[in-house]
Design a protein around this ligand. Structure first.
Ligand code: FMN
Length: 189
């Protein structure tokens, strides 16, 4: 049997899965804000706090879905695949778009991207501990200027992910991960 963790933190890290099938039960927005206030304690060089968020809930979700569909339009047509994806997005309780500044300084950009990624993982773990699931997504359309403009993300900002959030209907089995011993070089003399 694989290692399952010695304490709550380890168990949560190991057991968290990306969720694609959600219950329709709503997720409380105040609870979500509380979780983001936990997640913000990510390590962050120079404390740049390189993040802002747009949350789509209730009828507001349609703005997110319409922006997605706008990015999928080709010669005035939208494929059935895109329409099906839009229908799937409509069923998910919350969509959180996580945004960082595109700093032109490479070192600062790297540090900001690292910090915001740590924040997202903190958020996923804290939510998982409360039974709330999510998937961190980046897709061609999250990089598409059409989508970005439609939801009001500026050209000097980057969408680090869209987090699709709800109570899990199905938790997938974990996929195999390589034993760290195979990837670790110990230099001890
Ligand atoms: C930056 C980033 C982007 C991702 N984008 C997608 C995505 O577009 N579609 C998807 O199904 N999963 C996406 N994922 C989730 C990964 O597929 C998932 O973490 C991986 O399969 C391992 O599964 P687990 O999170 O359940 O351990 C993304 C994860 C990260 C970190």
């Amino acid at each position: 049997m694989s290692y399952e963790g010695k304490n709550d933190v380890e168990k949560t890290i190991i057991s968290r899965r990306s969720i694609k099938k959600f219950k329709t039960d709503p997720v409380n927005i105040e609870e979500l804000i509380e979780l983001l206030n936990v997640a913000k304690w990510a390590p962050n060089h120079k404390l740049t706090e390189p993040w802002r968020f747009q949350l789509y809930a209730g009828t507001g979700k349609e703005k997110f879905v319409e922006s997605f569909l706008a990015s999928q339009e080709r010669d005035g047509n939208i494929t059935d695949k895109a329409k099906n994806k839009a229908a799937y997005f409509r069923e998910i309780p919350l969509h959180l778009v996580v945004i960082m500044p595109e700093d032109s300084r490479k070192k600062r950009w790297d540090e900001d991207y690292a910090a915001i990624s740590a924040l997202i993982q903190n958020f996923q773990l804290a939510a998982w501990e409360r039974g709330i699931g999510m998937i961190w997504r980046t897709n061609d359309w999250t990089h598409d200027p059409v989508f970005k403009e439609a939801i009001g993300v500026k050209s000097d900002e980057k969408i680090v992910g869209t987090l699709m959030i709800g109570y899990p209907k199905h938790v997938p089995e974990p996929e195999k991960r390589t034993d760290i011993r195979e990837l670790l070089t110990i230099i001890d003399e």
